[in-house]
Design a protein around this ligand. Sequence first.
Ligand code: MN
Ligand code: MN
Length: 384
Amino acid sequence: MKSENSPEPIQGNVGGTDPGPRNIELDRQNPDVLTPPRTDHGTLPNLKFSFAMAHNRLQGAGWARQVTMRELPAATTLAGVNMRLNPGGIRELHWHKQAEWAYMLDGRARISAVDQDGRNFLDDVGVGDLWNFPAGVPHSIQGLEEGCEFLLVFDDGSFSEDATFLLTDWFAHTPKEVLAKNFGVLESDFANLPADIDRTRYIFQGEVPPSLSTDMVSDSYGERSFSCHFSAQQSVKTSGGKVRIVDSTTFPAASTIAVGLVEIEPGGMLEMHWHPNAEEWQYYTEGRARMGVFASEGNARTFNYQAGDLGTVPFAYGHYVENIGRTPLRFLEIFRSPHFQDVSLNQWLALTPPELVQTHLNLNKNVMGSLCKEKWPVIKDMKH
Ligand code: MN
Ligand code: MN
């Protein structure tokens, strides 16, 4: 059998040792790529990339890296950015053509926005909190005392974090006489603008802001909420883990992005299923996973993931996700859709006439008895 420290591409009587050269670190991280299950077959697009492989843009007050269609071509509907803001660090005021959904991974941030009707928004978000800014709505993010790290997801695979509309960029590319006319002041009032013609601030150092109530700007047009605070009660517990669904039904601001926050116990598995409405985009935050993907025409592939990795599942492909580590597996499954939707293989068969199902696969009584009509057997405890 393959040892975890020195895995060899051998399975039973097929394969052979790998004398090298080899990237042993990647081999250890991808045991089911090096030595695939015998059921794998055919050619599939690559369904894995990692933020660890993405160019990192280091700035004065943090960093940002992105995984888009350029890095993971199979993911056409969504793109992701992983960003760090140091204490007081500011992701400058900006907007973009895509909606921005976000999940706070570490620390806390203050976020601001103003919508097209003049309604403003200011909130502090912490670990597990979400926000969603619709396309075109201007906003900013600032790290609080402890700084922060977060995941951003945009509802277009070809998004680029380097192509957002920056406040400094626009000021730098507008004649000062126009700025003066726009604000009804003198050209000389803009003598100290921070940007050179080519430079923007993007992520820059600021002071940690005062308390939220002190920082709030009063608004006669009213306020609008773009955030969603973590609530443990929203989780659906199953025998092998839990799932928390957040989509437009519970978080109206997220009108184009639906998410399942999945936690699977060691040995557990997110059961065989598919999504009838959208391609899946995944971000792994803890643990070790094996995902098997079924592509029809006899084709199937298996991939491995760990914290910091991204996965994707093409539209309607069948798949399962197993926890193959000794600690809980946590990941986000994200869809460009107002609603989270999935079809469970088990539930499908349980709700179909049993004679039809039994005849179809020659199933015995044990299998027929295991079929479950409930919507959430989804995470199975495999210990029994
Ligand atoms: Mn943004
Ligand atoms: Mn799925």
